[in-house]
Ligand binder design. Structure first.
Ligand code: FAQ
Length: 311
């Protein structure tokens, strides 16, 4: 009966074991995972655009090769994540349709422009840094395919974070104009990076249930604090100033106190009114339309293979 199945599910979670696609699971668990995984997949795919815009303008062959590899990795992450969502019964065409019609979200961070090449470094350092901080605990997420996908994703994100930090160290060792370019970029990306962790805990409708199900392992505010504590010494080593006058070491908490992000900006960006929301979806829609012939050709080829196999 349903009650017996629920008891088995609850025990699996209590024992910190994994739920696999073949296992019975409550509808709410399935729905929340599809929501989070799809949103995560969409973020990887839309997240190719801000840095992708610099591929043709990278200042050297080496920087171009690194950036190409990174942007390709993001595409790969999107694909593993869509596959993980499919194991829950989601239909990929439907997920793509929901992204393109604005019915499913993607991370707020990708709605900000990349105005200078320093932004490529800052995205690696701060955006991939925040992504790692959020995703390392997801490797222990209770849903097997999601946790396993996160292991490889996190390894690749670490490389992304390091390439960004290394790029910034090179620029900081350059001319005054290069150092100013880095500082200006960090000023624009710091607060949006803190918003990646989601709303404050008391305004986060999903956290409590997702933590009870061991999908999320930490709350949004816990991870945001962890990110700040990890990043301040890196900023000092780089020689950049984080644009927050309230950022101070608190010896009692053994953590940094920091200012409040502008949550009205966050809400506006998530609702679709950020600087580049329309542009990101326009570009994605055009790419999807331009790729229609590839999907048709692949489907026709698969159907022919299927017929030959059965002859
Ligand atoms: N942007 O109740 P909560 C990357 C939504 S990293 C937009 O706290 P939850 C790598 C949230 O969905 C970025 N929406 O929600 C990369 C919910 O709305 P809903 C992707 C946000 O799920 C680097 C509502 O607000 N990473 O792509 C945001 O418990 C460089 C209430 O929020 C992931 O997706 C936001 N920042 O916690 C790629 C990680 N925050 O769905 C390219 C996996 C919240 O009810 C270049 N996801 N919302 O309509 C998670 O860990 C969680 O989903 C959170 C949100 C922590 C993001």
């Amino acid at each position: 009966t349903e009650n017996e199945l629920l008891a088995v599910f609850d025990q699996t979670i209590a024992d910190d074991q994994r739920i696999e696609p073949r296992d019975w699971m409550p509808d709410g668990y399935r729905k929340t995972l599809i929501r989070q995984i799809a949103q995560h997949a969409h973020s990887e795919i839309i997240g190719m655009q801000p840095e992708g815009n610099w591929l043709t303008r990278a200042p050297s062959l080496r920087r171009k090769a690194i950036l190409t590899a990174k942007v390709q990795d993001e595409a790969g992450h999107g694909l593993y994540l869509y596959s993980a969502a499919e194991t829950l019964g989601a239909d990929r065409d439907d997920l793509v349709d929901k992204l393109l019609s604005g019915r499913q979200k993607y991370s707020s961070i990708f709605n900000y422009p990349t105005l200078t090449f320093a932004d490529v470094g800052t995205i690696g350092w701060l955006v991939d840094g925040a992504a790692i901080c959020n995703q390392v605990p997801l490797c222990r997420s209770s849903f097997g395919p999601y946790g396993r996908a996160m292991i490889r994703v996190c390894k690749e994100e670490s490389f992304h974070q390091r390439q960004g930090y290394e790029l910034l160290t090179v620029m900081m060792g350059g001319t005054d104009a290069q150092r100013e370019m880095v500082q200006e970029s960090v000023n624009r990306f710091w607060w949006p990076a803190l918003m990646m962790f989601g709303p404050p805990d008391e305004q986060s409708p999903n956290t409590e249930q997702s933590m009870a199900w061991h999908i999320k392992r930490h709350s949004n505010d816990e991870l945001r604090q962890r990110f700040v504590d990890m990043t301040v010494p890196q900023a000092q080593a780089l020689g950049v100033t984080l644009p927050d006058p309230d950022l101070t070491w608190n010896p009692d908490r053994e953590s940094y106190d920091f200012g409040e992000p502008d949550w009205s900006e966050f809400t506006a960006v998530v609702k679709g009114d950020g600087p580049l929301n329309h542009e990101r979806i326009r570009v994605r829609r055009a790419a999807h339309d331009n790729g229609a012939w590839v999907r048709e050709a692949a489907a026709a080829f698969a159907a022919r293979q299927h017929r030959t196999d059965h002859e």
